[in-house]
Design a protein around this ligand. Structure first.
Ligand code: F0G
Length: 457
């Protein structure tokens, strides 16, 4: 069949009602939430684009697999099924289940990091950065310069700046215990990393004898971008591309709440026997026995099946296309976004849209809050609130001030997305009325989750 329309590669057998609210109700709910959309009751949100993490719809095959879960404490059959699927995909020797991605990060960094060390990445995600900084180490972002400019077009805007990495390894290499690459680069706009770039990182790691770990949360979306954008890759299956990329690394951290197509779960995987043994010992202390790692047997089943479905080409074609569809509608209306559209989300450039709101008055919060009040759509600030507070307590503007609209997997239809586009365009049209915020109270670490704000007059 040669038709051009890319359709959802599924039909829907179970639905969940969404609640419509009035504008005054949303204003009141947001005020009660301290003007922080993280603190809203999800029920009061019409279309929830806060995150694509754990919010996807599982397939009938995954729900069926739940019933096959073996809940044995040790040596569960579901663990071996999970291990087989992860090993087939990644090739790593040690597969350590965790309850989600940040647990894998904490176990890895607490095991191998020392105070004063440096971990480079294209862009660390917030939990990755926090898990490094809590060990008194430095989380260094080395994405290519194009990756820091929202309007700059580049097919692989998540690539690592290889010259900057080489300089770091030459000058401070003794303090670098491992190199990380995040695929796709979430904090930088869901932008992919090319195979060629990972090969370049691998070559530097070989030269300076450093292990390379992937933050692999969205490895399948990244593999699809490689397929359609990287010369010479178009004929390959996404799974084969993903396998090659994992093959260039020595280990990975993974949140199965993204490209595991599951509601919970994650894993840490690696080849090094000594590190793996130390990580398993910490896992037992905080997560559970190494054959369940804080998950139920049925979660391991759902993840195993999800990892098989996520590399299917019809799914990935629809996934990447449906995100781009939202981006194209916004661009056509002149709304500034990170270009080109990423894999799992559209990132509105709040700093460009609201030039009258300085970064330290949080343009991302102003825009995210207006979207909720006007349309019941929940996005998330990725900017100065998330990244501006320094370990020494000072505050500086984040590299960008964005509002991320993350698309849950297989959840919303094209008309939901049409509604979101209409809402964003309407809010952009009233941008001059939007005002900044100040923080009333906030914790020192990961403050964006729980901070209370107050609108500025
Ligand atoms: N790394 C990346 C690149 C992520 O995007 C996330 C989570 C994690 C690690 C941590 O995984 O949530 O399972 O502990 N990102 C979600 C998001 C929360 O909304 O982007 P987790």
């Amino acid at each position: 069949m040669n038709f051009r329309t890319i359709i959802e590669p599924f039909r829907i057998k179970s639905v969940e009602a969404v609640k419509f609210t009035r504008r005054e109700e949303r204003e009141a709910r947001l005020r009660e939430a301290g003007y922080n959309v993280f603190r809203l009751h999800a029920e009061d949100v019409l279309i929830d684009l806060l995150t694509d993490s754990g919010t996807g719809a599982m397939s009938a095959a995954q729900w069926g697999a739940l019933m096959q879960g073996d809940e044995s404490y040790a040596g569960s059959r579901s663990f071996y099924r999970f291990q087989d699927v992860v090993r087939d995909l990644t090739g790593f020797r040690h597969i350590i289940p965790t309850h989600q991605g940040r647990a894998a990060e904490r176990i890895l960094f607490h095991t191998i990091l020392h105070a004063g060390q440096v971990v480079p990445n294209n862009n660390h995600f917030d939990t990755t950065r926090a898990n490094i900084e809590v060990e008194d180490a430095e989380a260094l972002d080395l994405v290519i310069p194009e990756g820091r400019v929202p309007s700059a077009i580049h097919p692989f805007k998540g690539n690592v700046d290889l010259e900057a990495l080489e300089r770091l390894l030459a000058e401070r290499g003794d303090r670098v215990p491992l190199v990380m690459v995040t695929v796709t680069n979430n904090s930088g706009g869901g932008q992919p990393v090319s195979l060629e770039n990972v090969r370049g990182v691998r070559a530097l790691c070989d030269r300076f004898r450093k292990p390379l770990f992937l933050d692999a949360c969205r490895f399948a979306e990244n593999a699809y971008f490689v397929k359609v954008r990287e010369p010479g890759q178009g004929h390959r299956a996404p799974k084969a591309i993903a396998q090659e990329m994992f093959g260039l690394a020595d280990g990975c951290t993974m949140s199965a709440k993204k490209d595991g197509l599951a509601n919970i779960g994650g894993f840490l995987a690696m080849n090094d026997d000594t590190w793996a043994e130390a990580c398993r010992n910490l896992l037992i202390l905080t997560e559970g026995f190494p054959t369940y790692g804080g998950l139920a047997g049925y979660d391991l089943e759902a993840i195993a099946r999800g990892l098989e479905e996520v590399v299917e080409e019809p799914y990935l074609r629809y996934r990447i296309r449906s995100t781009a569809y939202l981006g194209e509608k916004l661009l056509a209306a002149g709304v500034p976004i990170i270009q080109p559209p990423g894999g799992h989300a559209i990132y509105l450039d709040a700093r460009a849209l609201l030039p009258h709101v300085p970064p330290l008055q949080y343009p991302g919060i102003a825009l995210a809050n207006a979207l909720y009040v006007e349309a019941g759509v929940r996005g998330v600030e990725i900017g100065t609130v998330m990244f501006g507070l320094q370990p020494d307590g000072t505050e500086v503007p984040g590299a960008m001030d964005l509002v991320r609209l993350a698309i849950p997997r297989r959840v919303y239809t094209q008309s939901h997305v049409d509604y979101v586009a209409e809402a964003v365009i309407a809010v952009a049209g009233m941008r001059e009325q939007l005002r900044g915020y100040r923080i009333v109270q906030a914790p020192r670490v990961l403050r964006h989750f729980t901070a209370h704000f107050e609108p500025l007059p």
